[in-house]
Design a protein. Structure first.
Length: 248
């Protein structure tokens, strides 16, 4: 079964925030993405609200509840008390915990599962008690030890950080090495009983090799590449292109 596509709306929100105007509409383009065949919507609200604003979250939740029952809302972020309270208020289907510093422009590394396991365990259990699936951001080379430690937190999934793979767009040999690392970590996660998501710098060109190596991939979350494609092909066209690349 092909991996499901969750469309990350952060880049759309960042464009909107350049002006004190309501367009482009985050929910409007989210609606188009869902109508075109996306499985869900992803956001990463940061403390400075430089792209997704806290006020966007209930509107996205309502869009999915009212018009796309069964679709999934995924909220990403570093688990501060403020973030956890925001998540609990907006009730996403999945929470993806990332080890970001608030000043980072984007996520660029996974968790130290061994060193931060106790901290993560408390966060995971709090979220799961509210009925949310929890995914943890993981480095591509986390391996068997990392995946066993991730599973020990009680998490349901890991999201493989594919940024280093995406950076190899002009170097096939380096891309092949990154695919090997991602595949080995995915195999270890699968053996540990974790489902596998992936995200960061994925494109219609590099997705096929990833899904061929990880056929049990559950979900990909894609924002930058898909939004860039939407400038050329429209949001509906971009979603179709990415679903085609996933084999859907």
């Amino acid at each position: 079964m092909p991996a499901k596509l969750s469309v990350n709306l952060n880049a759309i929100a960042m464009l909107r925030n350049r002006r004190d105007l309501p367009w482009p509409s985050v929910t409007g383009l989210g609606r188009i993405a869902m109508q075109a065949g996306a499985h869900g919507l992803t956001v990463h609200p940061r403390p400075d609200q430089r792209h997704i604003r806290f006020a966007d979250l209930p509107e996205i939740r309502a869009l999915l509840d009212d018009e796309f029952p069964g679709a999934e809302f995924n909220i990403e972020g570093y688990p501060t008390e403020d973030f956890l309270a925001l998540v609990e208020e907006n009730e996403p289907d999945q929470v993806t915990l990332v080890p970001d510093d608030p000043t980072q422009s984007t996520s660029d590394h996974g968790w130290d599962f061994a060193g931060q396991g106790n901290f993560l365990r408390d966060c995971v259990q709090r979220l799961k008690a509210k009925g949310m699936r929890v995914s943890l951001f993981a480095d591509p080379d986390a391996g068997v030890t990392g995946m066993e430690a991730a599973r020990a937190t009680g998490a349901d999934r890991v999201e493989l950080f594919t940024g280093p793979y995406g950076a190899c767009f002009d170097d096939p040999k380096a891309a092949a090495r990154q695919i090997d690392l991602l595949g080995e970590t995915a195999d270890a996660a699968h053996a540990a009983g974790l489902a596998i998501n992936a995200g960061h710098d994925l494109t219609v060109d590099n997705l096929p090799a990833l899904v061929a190596r990880i056929p049990f991939l559950a979900e990909v979350s894609i924002g930058h590449g898909l939004t860039a494609d939407a400038l050329e092909f429209g949001m509906a066209g971009a979603v179709k292109r990415f679903n085609d690349a996933l084999g859907d």
